[in-house]
Ligand binder design. Sequence first.
Ligand SMILES: Nc1ncnc2c1ncn2[C@@H]1O[C@H](COP(=O)(O)OP(=O)(O)OP(=O)(O)O)[C@@H](O)[C@H]1O
Length: 609
Amino acid sequence: MESVAQEKGTLSIHTENIFPIIKKFLYSDHEIFLRELVSNAVDATQKLKQLTSYGEFNGELGELKVSVKLDKEAKTITVSDRGIGMTADEIKKYINQIAFSGAAEFVEQYKDKEGGKENIIGHFGLGFYSAYMVASKVEIVTLSYKEGAEAVRWECDGSTEFEIGPAERSERGTDVILHIAPDSEEFLSEFRLREILEKYGKFLPVEIEFEDKIINNPNPIWTKNPADLKDEDYLEFYKELYPYSEDPLFWIHLNVDYPFNLTGVLYFPKLKNDFQVQKEKIKLYSRQVFITDEVKDIVPDFLQLLHGVIDSPDIPLNVSRSYLQADSNVKKINGYITRKVADKLSEIFKNDREGFEKKFDDIGLFVKYGIISDDKFYEKAKDFCLVKNIDGKHFTFEEYREAVKDNQTDKNGNQIWLYTNDPKKQDAFVESAKKRSYDVLLLDTVIDPHFIGVLEQKLEKVNVKRVDADTVDKLIEKDITLESVLSEEQKEKAKVLFEGIMESKAASVQVEAMPTDELPVVITFPEFMRRMTDMQAISGQASMFGNMPMMYTVSVNANHPLTEKILATEDEAQQKELAKQAYDLALLSQGMLSGKALTTFIQRTVEVL
Ligand SMILES: Nc1ncnc2c1ncn2[C@@H]1O[C@H](COP(=O)(O)OP(=O)(O)OP(=O)(O)O)[C@@H](O)[C@H]1O
């Protein structure tokens, strides 16, 4: 065998092979080419403005807008700017050398000067070549701002060969002319170009003209000082972002420059109960260039219910998702936004409790979602999150503890918080609770089942039960026990009788001493079992309880006169009929009687009457 010598070397790349890859696969979305070329034109313009401010350019600036022109006949798209332009040497350096960024070089050169870094978009030195995703040939005609510069024309048909030479041009700036390839003719449409420009360029910092109209707002509010803005400005901007939406409830102006750069405005929309459809409304920008509205990895899940804009040059854009999640800047951004949002809510709560309560129907969903999904948010939100009772009164957790402490502590020292998720359906149970002067909360939103779980976990010695989880005296067990009118023997007889008439296998029967003003038979859903079923319904997956019907308990009131009467009935058939009637009444009050069972019940009732 041949022996292998130890060696070091440099990988070689053949441009002929790598170029097609850059051209076709640099970006997954071909429409990006326009974003890249317009960004370059904006950069060239910003650089000129900066050179003016540094005193390095003293000429006439003129009108500095960028323009995009479509020529359907010639099958070209031209992006023009009146920026710094390029000399022949600069073209050779910045354009001919792929991945050599003039933007990065400019930033490096002026890094210590104000605006030197902030205003420049490019940094990889690849964007220009995205033109070849849609063009078979690209021409550059440019004149540098430098004194005595000569106009240059560069052209390349997408092979690794280019031509460069003198050009006719007297105006400072650059035209980039794309000759659109046959497979990309979809871009030779005003509609399509306008759509792409509006998507990516709506807030670019230099005016962009297309078909004689300026398509962008170069000074969006997030770039301004909050002190200079009025409520109307925020509302107007919201309309600009989401033309068909209702006004938002309030907003937060984000502004950090250390340890990362981030600006933006986040709005709290009116959420109602349908928060799924509200997601993916936050738009992510980098130096006013639109990047994406998929902010999953940058913004915590629950904050995605918010609307608005985040602009940060520090979010790495051209990297994979898994990298993004692990990125320390992204984590810090996450934490910062969460804190800001919590602080804003806390501030409104403190300064305007009444207004906060009014808004809570909308923001409650959001706050609860945050509490469920983020411990840090819970720590702040526990002081302003509200619960509302069925009479419409709001309480913080601490206030509610205080309010129910005396009457709703059970014999084990646990506080029992009662709630209904459907006051109409559970009316009989709500009424029973009210007779005991218990307070009943209204927890009827989609995420309340989760929220309840978190409450119990976080609040010491608090149990939360739905009003129909048990008969009223068992919901909150106190030391007092009611005497039973029936003897043990009679109770057993009643149990056997009721078990005999029930068709459902999902029920168990118990006979117990209840107040006489309770119904003769009461149907309840044990809290634990019901929660399992609820959770399963929410998650949409079948579990080990897969096909099991909802378990319930049938409690026969040992102290109700009707129970006594049923037991005393001699005729067995008649006794069964009576028991059925009492049982059906219980089913009816839980809304569980339907179809044939309901018809039979109605007929039987008519006969009895
Ligand atoms: N319209 C233009 N006017 C002046 N110079 C330009 C223009 N377009 C491109 N350039 C020069 O060519 C360089 C390379 O552009 P390219 O788009 O490939 O990369 P970039 O903008 O530096 O970085 P990125 O890949 O992040 O866009 C730029 O940095 C700039 O110096």
